[in-house]
Design a protein around this ligand. Structure first.
Ligand SMILES: [Cu+2]
Length: 167
């Protein structure tokens, strides 16, 4: 309805060809590429640093916990090889200093995370492995996943958190 009326109006203005041939201003928007078009693919972090890594730490991501409550490493260049063993997308995020992930109104407080220097390997789908390499100083880090679920909770709420001790 709106479409045809728009065309008639534009016809009077002599804009028929450009406005109507493509469906006019009411044409459907292009598909949302961030939509649920399937699980996200692995996007490895710092692949260029990987040859320098002197440690590899395997991290299994399950629904909804990592495979160890605590991981340890030595300060230096470390490659985290994350395997998604679950049925959901998972990420591996790091909070330097450790402790609880800051939340605001039920959602992760992105500003506070950024201020704390948090960083992450972006979420990727089931049955994939993905690597992230970082040069980490000694310290305690909280490892977490804040992918959200349909019930409004995050994976972190469901127990997806561990501690990384770098000494
Ligand atoms: Cu997760």
């Amino acid at each position: 309805m709106r479409n045809s009326r728009t065309c008639v109006a534009l016809l009077g203005l002599g804009l028929f060809v450009s406005a109507c041939a493509s469906g006019g201003p009411d044409a459907a928007p292009p598909p949302d590429t961030d939509g649920p078009t399937g699980p996200r693919e692995c996007e490895p972090v710092n692949v260029d640093l990987e040859p320098q890594a002197d440690q590899r730490i395997a991290v299994g991501a399950n629904d909804f916990a990592f495979d160890q409550l605590e991981y340890s490493a030595t300060a230096g260049t470390i490659t985290f090889e994350v395997t998604n063993n679950g049925g959901e997308e998972h990420e591996l995020a790091f909070l330097p200093g450790g402790g609880a992930v800051p939340f605001l109104d039920g959602e992760a407080d992105e500003a506070a995370l950024e201020a704390a220097g948090a960083f992450e390997l972006e979420a990727f789908g089931p049955d994939q492995s993905c690597s992230a390499t970082y040069d980490l100083p000694a310290g305690v880090y909280t490892l977490f996943c804040i992918v959200s679920t349909d019930d409004g909770q995050t994976h972190y709420d469901k127990g997806m958190k561990s501690t990384l001790i770098v000494s």
